[in-house]
Design a protein around this ligand. Structure first.
Ligand code: ADP
Ligand code: MG
Length: 304
């Protein structure tokens, strides 16, 4: 790698970072060395974003950096894991310093807020793409499965639904929004806040959890697949974003919050005898949540 690129990594990816005690060697060495405390398990997540499909090089780079990490952190939160380390593989057609500066600031400012450290990566020339590998920690035996929902469990949504889908409609000029609603919807699409405060609450309580990355029914299909059951969703219970209220009918009514992606909202299932503990824990962690339905023994997802 040319010296200038080494310099770019030093300036934009190494400096100004959280320094974790469990990072023995971080950026600057051939490979990172990380320490895992006894009784902890590592949860590894990988996300790949390709230009033209998942982002455009003309998009604001700070929001790309933020969003790439936020989506990964939502997947860690769904497992009940607390974020620890990340590595980043970045391919760019050219080393554009101002793009890299803004991209790394978007990524690292979110990482700093959650005490996460970028410990390495690789940078090459080529068609633009980024692969972010995030590692979280969860106490042994407390990992929340993706597919453990059992008949009788209650279904909750953590966060609110519909704003990202609304932003996509607004960008395509399929709905007109007031300025404040448009700003709120675009912020949810480009700068979503990962649901990390929920992660420690889910440990030992939730039977399954997934981010709403492809709509609620798709999440529930996976979450109920382990026990061969299904789910009923009471659509009018869905917690919807404020931005959606003013254009609810024009934006497709309940279809939007039900079927559109909101990758920083979580779908969670919990047995009835742990319902109160879950609600108290989420409220204590200042998470917004709503009961939306039940897991049943009949396969399939029914939306009432
Ligand atoms: P290598 O010769 O092992 O490929 P490089 O010269 O590519 O190492 O990178 C030097 C250091 O910078 C390594 O510690 C590597 O992990 C880190 N690094 C390279 N690219 C990135 C990146 N995009 N983000 C974070 N760290 C990176
Ligand atoms: Mg390299």
């Amino acid at each position: 790698m040319p010296a200038s690129e080494f310099d770019i990594i030093e300036r934009f990816f190494r400096q100004g970072q959280t320094r974790r005690d469990d990072v023995v060697l971080g950026i600057g060495d051939d490979a990172a060395e990380l320490r895992v405390a006894p009784g902890q398990q590592v949860v590894a997540d990988m996300g790949l974003l390709i230009e033209g499909r998942d982002f455009q090089l003309a998009d604001p780079p700070a929001s790309l950096g933020h969003r790439a990490l936020a989506l990964a952190l939502a997947r860690l939160a769904a497992r009940g894991a607390e974020p620890a380390w990340a590595t980043l593989a970045l391919t760019l057609p050219e080393a554009d310093e101002s793009w890299l500066k803004d991209f790394s600031e978007g990524l690292l400012s979110l990482a700093r807020r959650y005490g996460m450290q970028l410990v390495g990566g690789d940078t090459t020339h080529g068609p633009a793409a980024l692969t972010l590998h995030c590692h979280g920690l969860v106490p042994e035996g407390h990992l929340v499965p993706a597919d453990g929902a059992a008949p009788g469990d209650l279904i909750y949504v953590v966060g609110r639904l519909g704003a990202s889908g609304l932003a996509i409609l607004a960008l395509a000029e399929e709905v007109r929004l007031s300025r404040s609603a448009r700003e709120a919807a675009l912020a949810q699409l480009y700068l979503p806040e990962p649901p990390l405060p929920a992660a420690p609450v889910l440990q030992g309580l939730a039977t399954a959890c997934l981010p709403v990355a492809e709509g609620l029914p798709a999440a529930l299909e996976t979450m109920t697949s382990g026990h061969g059951g299904g789910a009923t969703v009471h659509v009018e219970q869905l917690p919807i974003s404020d931005a959606l209220h003013e254009v609810f009918d024009r934006a497709g009514g309940w279809n939007l919050p039900l079927y559109s992606a909101e990758p920083c909202a979580l779908c969670v299932t919990v047995p009835a005898d742990r319902q109160q503990a879950l609600e108290q824990g989420l409220a204590g962690a200042s998470c917004e949540f709503a009961w939306v339905g039940n897991v049943e023994s009949t396969p399939g997802v029914r939306c009432l």
